[in-house]
Design a protein around this ligand. Structure first.
Ligand SMILES: [Zn+2]
Length: 88
């Protein structure tokens, strides 16, 4: 009886180990920046060529351009902010 119980436990451990492996693989892929197949902004499929060219790509080209221009506005604001503090 005890032997049978131990066997069941071993199988359960194996299943848990393979789930852990799968989660670890997914986490590694995210950490490495595998990127998305579909744009996170508009949901359009990102062309394979773009996905291959840009590691960790998350947006289609129009959305990325929009995102980049928004970022440059933020940078400009931050620069002005630090200049202001230097003048004091
Ligand atoms: Zn998009």
């Amino acid at each position: 009886m005890a032997g049978g119980f131990a066997k069941d436990g071993a199988v359960a451990e194996q299943i848990e180990a393979s789930i852990d492996d799968a989660i670890a693989q997914v986490r590694q892929r995210i950490a490495k920046g595998a990127g998305l197949t579909h744009c996170e902004d508009c949901g359009e499929e990102i062309p394979l060529a773009r996905r291959k060219a840009v590691a960790g790509v998350r947006r289609c080209i129009p959305c990325q351009q929009e995102h980049d221009s928004e970022q440059s506005v933020d940078v400009g604001y931050n620069r002005r902010g630090s200049k202001g503090s230097q003048l004091r």
